[in-house]
Design a protein. Structure first.
Length: 267
């Protein structure tokens, strides 16, 4: 006869993936930010989270002053520490503002369109471009501005992943959770990108142009990436690297230096 100690242990609570926990916390912060004070019912309706889960998430946020519970069951509001989260966004806006005249100057000199993208959660957002300033732009690239481009298949995204700090890269890959075969390929490709200084877009169906991207680095941080879009039928990757890698890297260095100084380039 089996004794009670021989019985299988009851399954414990299912552990959530860190990425899922993080995304839930961000969803709650976004909901809190929509009004001065939010009730638990309002937050549940907006986030789709069960009230027990919400209480747990809010408690974690409150520990670090990202959220605050008001007395007498009056609800919840944003905590004072959330102000620190906007600093990165202001830095991103500054980088884009500094980059605009430099992008225009590059295209005026070299004809090919260039764009700047910054990290937007689990993708790269195209913030500014010179597509409209040159006849060398591909028709399929029109309307790309403000689009979110995938980290794993865009030149902008691959450049970001290759050059960002290892801890940030690990977090992003955990969020993206690529299949094992794709993860193995990334583990091989990303060091190659870092060694040569640029990333390229793999051939995609329906795309007329290819991407060639370099990072904008400030210390160990990546502020964004610049991509040049070119026709593969006109130039090889080797030719693009030989002609434009150094000018693109010089432009990225000027953007990073001016961002640190808080100086915008004159057009």
């Amino acid at each position: 006869m089996p004794t009670p100690t021989d019985a299988p242990a009851a399954p414990g609570p299912r552990r959530e993936a860190p990425a899922q926990v993080l995304l839930r916390g961000l969803a709650v912060l976004e909901a809190l930010n929509r009004r001065p004070i939010s009730s638990l019912a309002q937050l549940a309706a907006e986030t789709g989270l069960a009230k027990p889960t919400l209480v747990r998430v809010l408690g974690i946020l409150a520990l670090k002053n990202y959220a605050e519970r008001l007395p007498n069951r009056r609800g919840y509001r944003i905590g004072g520490r959330v102000r620190a989260l906007s600093a990165g966004y202001r830095a991103s806006a500054s980088v884009v503002s500094i980059a605009r005249p430099l992008l225009a100057r590059f295209t005026a000199q070299h004809k090919w369109p260039v764009s700047i993208g910054t990290l937007d959660g689990d993708a790269m957002r195209l913030e500014a471009s010179t597509q409209q300033d040159t006849a060398f732009a591909a028709a399929t690239d029109r309307g790309r501005l403000a689009r979110r481009l995938p980290l794993l298949t865009s030149a902008l995204g691959l450049a970001y992943l290759a050059f960002c700090p290892a801890e940030e890269r690990a977090t992003l890959l955990e969020m993206l959770h690529p299949p094992p075969a794709d993860r193995s390929a990334l583990d091989r490709v990303l060091p190659e990108i870092a060694a040569r200084g640029y990333a390229t877009t793999p051939p995609l169906p329906g795309e007329q142009a290819l991407g060639f991207a370099v990072p904008i680095r400030s210390g160990h941080a990546v502020l964004g990436c610049i991509t040049l879009r070119y026709f593969g039928k006109a130039l090889s990757e080797h030719q693009v690297a030989a002609r434009y890698l150094a000018p693109l890297q010089d432009m990225a260095a000027v953007i990073a230096a001016n961002q640190r100084l808080g100086v915008a380039e004159d057009a």
